[in-house]
Design a protein around this ligand. Structure first.
Ligand code: THU
Length: 157
């Protein structure tokens, strides 16, 4: 028997101004996207923005439904929209922001497991690392690859 451990790596920034310009612009897009969140049930509003290799930025936000499983998270609306509108264009980076009543949590909003699996799929077909940026009021976390937010990714193929 052998005890093992996995390390994950990320960079913490203390403000948006500290980020490299490309990341900061993407975060600002995620913050704008949060305004389109439709979350009358949870009142937890999430915005996301995906940067594509050709420079396009695609926004998403959580869209809820009276029949709750029919709603969708911000990350997935952004990733699926990018997949539909720009098929075959690699995805480079995804920024996420969330908080109650269109606000921002102090600690970065972290994506749910289902969204992480979808990120893994697009990272795979993009054939390059997809970085994930989680925005909070007190800190911003940047993960350079989906592997760092979803260790031991399920991949049947
Ligand atoms: N939500 C997201 O948009 N992204 C996540 O990764 C976690 C949760 C949304 C779903 C629901 O509309 C609300 O936040 C509360 O769970």
């Amino acid at each position: 028997m052998q005890y093992k451990r996995l390390d994950i790596h990320y960079t913490e920034y203390s403000s948006l101004g500290e980020l490299p310009e490309r990341d900061r612009i993407l975060c600002e897009e995620a913050i704008k996207a949060q305004k389109s969140s439709y979350a009358p049930y949870s009142k937890f509003n999430v915005g996301a923005a995906v940067l594509l290799e050709d420079g396009t930025i695609v926004r998403g936000s959580n869209q809820e439904n009276a029949a709750s499983p029919s709603g969708l998270c911000a990350e997935r609306t952004a990733l699926f929209a990018a997949g539909v509108l720009h098929p075959g264009v690699p995805m480079l980076s995804l920024a996420i922001v969330g908080g109650p009543d269109y606000g921002m949590c102090s600690s970065p909003a972290t994506p749910c497991g289902g969204c992480r699996q979808v990120m893994a799929e697009y990272q795979k077909i993009s054939k390059r690392p997809l970085s994930i940026i989680m925005i909070g009021k007190d800190a911003i976390w940047k993960f350079d690859s989906v592997d760092d937010v979803l260790p031991l990714i399920f991949d049947s193929i």
